[in-house]
Design a protein around this ligand. Structure first.
Ligand code: ADP
Length: 213
């Protein structure tokens, strides 16, 4: 059994070496890291005691089966939004609900981000927001999306330096499908530029990539 521990950078390096070259002796691991055997000993002890590594006399260290998954999860949790964000689909907040509906079909997305005349994030419009507006409203051409959108300061956003795990948590905690990736222009006045989007699909894809890699 592997006891989940927070791996240090060096411990992660050791596991990567053993993954690639195991079974491998402590001496050879030390050599690959340009360290002495003595310097490495505490890390090898921690990794063995926690079950991440198994050691066999005269054979060397090899990975526990579960360790590989732990390594993948450790890597996954460090992935950042910047490397996964998709292109944001934006609409002027003065545009009509009718145009919004056309745009989600044309762009094949579930959420639109509304921007003001300066191009700054003003609102979020989801599929259900549009459906709700369409029920009982005949003049969708005359109804601006700004009336039906979820607006600032209630928009949940993410920054590109944040991790994909942060994004996943925000999506689940707020029960929403997508997060605008923003660059802050002025936090006091909630002024943000939209530079991308992270959706539940983004997270699912990244997760699949991690498993299959
Ligand atoms: P749908 O409404 O199509 O199920 P969502 O679950 O994403 O899609 O949206 C639910 C509600 O939350 C909608 O009213 C939408 O405007 C709002 N919403 C969606 N994304 C965000 C966000 N990032 N921040 C704040 N509110 C959001």
């Amino acid at each position: 059994m592997v006891i989940p521990i927070k791996l240090t950078k060096r411990q992660e390096e050791i596991l990567e070496i053993v993954k690639a070259a195991g079974p491998i002796t402590g001496k050879d691991i030390a050599q690959k890291l340009s360290l002495t055997r003595a310097t490495l000993r505490p890390d090898l002890t921690i990794l063995t005691m926690s079950g991440n590594l198994e050691a066999r006399p005269r054979v060397g260290y090899f990975l526990n089966e579960d360790t590989e998954m732990n390594l993948k999860v450790a890597k996954f949790s460090k992935q950042i939004v910047k490397d996964y964000k998709a292109h944001p689909i934006v609409i002027q907040k003065s545009a009509s609900v009718y145009d919004g509906i056309v745009q989600i079909f044309l762009e094949d997305v579930g959420t639109l981000y509304a921007v003001d005349q300066n191009g700054h994030l003003a609102g979020v419009i989801s599929r259900k927001d549009l459906l709700r507006a369409a029920i009982g409203n005949k003049n969708l051409d005359d109804l601006p999306v700004s009336v039906i959108m979820t607006r600032m300061p209630n928009i949940v956003t993410i920054k590109q330096e944040d991790t994909l795990m942060d994004a996943a948590k925000k999506l689940i905690q707020n029960r929403i499908d997508s997060l605008p990736v923003v660059r802050e222009i002025d936090s006091d006045s909630h002024t943000y530029e939209v530079i991308g989007r992270i959706t539940k699909t983004t997270i699912t894809k990244a997760f699949l990539e991690m498993i299959e890699r």
